[in-house]
Design a protein around this ligand. Structure first.
Ligand code: NAP
Length: 532
């Protein structure tokens, strides 16, 4: 085997988190290498280039805050930025700070094993090149490992087969084609209207209907952008002080504290804005069934109004789970697709897919001929990309084994028994319930400060203590269990992956509370970690 190349720190991933990780740690004087499986920077925004892909949080929020000049110079063109613009922003950041020189691309980490004697992690990759590092940051993303939909016969299909999560770089032409889309989560809801625009026919295979509200996306005027820029640092501080790190709409009251007329007014207002804030209209939407039902019924009514055929509308109504317990979607013309003559909805709860054939999809009721199949079937969320790297500690224990009952972390930043392996935007933190860019910046800053502290103290190892991890994991579960989320089959609990242990492991105590806790731990000499 070729000799391993050594670096102080290895960062896996060149998405928002990995790029900032390399930037910050390099600035701090570490010899850092980033490893990325894609051919360039961007992470999920590099791979998920399906038509209609765009952010469903505000562009001015979903961007880096670490550099005032950067946020002053960059001009977002739309309220919700399209994938291409986000990718060019990420690319701009890589150019501006000359970050690509610290990365190797087209390189997938296949295994990460620690040697307790040397205190080094050995990183194996699919290129045959190997690396060692004392510190490893897994900036691999909570929604980046595509899920296998497990549909029999997929390999037999002779038409064009695409996955939204690994969309080709060359344009895909839908014109004149009979397209089948499987999956109606965010990726399906965003891509279906774009595909329906030019396909000769689109069949949407829906297993569970989504709750989607109109995005009301539009261009940002220079005046609007100017208003943000005038007070960007202050705006960022305000966001960091709230529950998600994102612009939130809320009455600040529980549903029961509002009269029916007030409830209606608040929902109308937020619905008109076009925001996922619809699920934070009342403080208890995710925690109280009655409050949830008010919002869920409001959104169901909006769907009835948007879909002309009452039978199709009925099938599109989500009725089997509380709103917000599967991630809701922002749509741009999704429901209106079902008013088009070239579109059809197949309800898989009535007629499940039996198999894919050479020429289409066979349900329990019929064979549907297709020229193209698009799989918008989701991700092995939160743990999939981390476990794909197969971390093994110095005693030979796999992280997958340590997490056999679900992920256990201390603050979402580290897992006991796996020293110097840091997790970014992972289970146990606010992760997917926060502003993913700010969540990553906070985690990276925390790790960077921890590494600087170790160096200053003449130490080189930080490891979560089992009892601190146990207590934190219990707390995360306790807060989660006070909400409606664990009861729904969703990717949040791993229910979309056969055999995955069911666990709700996102910290729902709030981004502000979480970051304060992380800071307190650091201020108390990394309380709950053993440093040596
Ligand atoms: P998803 O929300 O997990 O949706 C996957 C869809 O595929 C679901 O409708 C699922 O049905 C269906 N499905 C999976 N396997 C199937 C099978 N074998 N047969 C039939 N249907 C099947 O995945 P996603 O849409 O890619 O979104 C994942 C997350 O990524 C989002 O929730 C969001 O957090 C993020 N995302 C964000 C954006 C954005 O901001 N703009 C865009 C895309 C994704 P069931 O529900 O019945 O399992």
């Amino acid at each position: 085997m070729a000799k391993a190349m050594h670096h102080d720190v290895i960062v896996v991933g060149a998405g928002f988190a990995g790029l900032y990780g390399v930037y910050r740690l390099r600035n701090d004087g570490w010899d850092v290498l980033g490893i990325e499986s894609g051919s360039d920077v961007g992470g999920v925004w590099y791979h998920n280039r399906y038509p209609g892909a765009r952010c469903d949080t505000l562009s001015v929020d979903y961007s880096y805050s670490f550099c005032e000049e950067l946020q002053q110079d960059w001009n977002w063109s739309e309220r919700y930025a399209p994938q291409a613009e986000i990718l060019s922003y990420i690319s701009h950041v890589a150019d501006r700070f000359d970050l690509r020189r610290n990365f190797v691309f087209d390189t997938r980490v296949t295994r990460t094993r620690r040697n307790d004697e040397t205190g080094l992690w050995a990183i194996e990759t699919d290129t045959g090149r190997h690396y060692t590092a004392r510190f490893v940051l897994l900036a691999t993303g909570p929604l980046s490992a595509p899920a296998d939909p497990g549909i029999p016969g997929l390999a037999e299909f002779r038409g064009e087969l695409y996955r939204t999560s690994t969309w080709p770089h060359d344009p895909v032409n839908f014109a004149g084609k009979r397209v089948g889309v499987v999956g109606t989560g965010s990726s399906g809801v965003q891509s279906i209207p774009e595909i329906a625009r030019t396909a000769s026919h689109i069949t949407v295979f829906q297993r569970t209907p989504a709750f989607a509200v109109p995005a009301r996306n539009r261009t940002l005027t220079p005046e609007e952008l100017g208003r943000f820029k005038q007070r960007y640092p202050e705006y960022r501080r305000e966001l960091r002080a709230n529950f998600t790190g994102l612009t939130m709409q809320s009455t600040g009251k529980s549903a029961a504290e509002c009269s029916e007329a007030e409830q209606r007014r608040a929902l109308d207002e937020i619905f008109e804005i076009g925001s996922l804030g619809i699920v934070s209209t009342f403080t208890d939407v995710l925690f109280n069934e009655e409050a949830n039902a008010v919002v869920a019924e409001y959104v169901r009514q909006s769907i009835r109004e948007r879909v002309k055929d009452p039978e199709a509308a009925e099938k599109l109504l989500p009725k089997t789970y509380p709103i917000g317990t599967k991630r809701p979607c922002l749509d741009s013309g999704y429901y209106e697709v079902f008013n088009q003559p070239n579109a059809r909805l197949v309800d898989l709860r009535e007629t499940p897919i039996e198999r894919v054939t050479e020429t289409g999809i066979e349900t329990s009721a019929e064979h549907i001929d297709l020229d193209m199949i698009v799989l918008a079937t989701g991700f092995d969320a939160l743990t999939g990309a981390i476990l794909a790297i197969d971390p093994v500690n110095g005693t030979g224990k796999r992280l997958s084994e340590a997490w056999r009952n679900g992920p256990e972390t201390y603050l979402g930043l580290a897992s006991a028994g796996f020293p110097n392996l840091f997790l970014i935007s992972a289970a146990g933190g606010t992760s997917v319930f926060g502003n993913m860019v700010t969540v990553a910046e906070e985690a990276i800053d925390w790790v960077a400060e921890a590494l600087a502290w170790l160096k200053q103290e003449g130490l080189d190892t930080l490891e979560a203590k089992p009892d601190a991890q146990q207590e934190w994991t219990r707390h995360v579960a306790e807060v989660g269990n006070s909400s409606l989320l664990p009861g729904t089959n969703s990717w949040y609990v791993g229910a979309n992956i056969p055999g995955k242990p069911r666990s709700f492991s996102v910290y729902l105590g709030g981004f502000n509370v979480y970051t304060a806790k992380c800071r307190e731990v650091a201020a108390n000499g990394y309380e709950g970690f053993s440093a040596r």
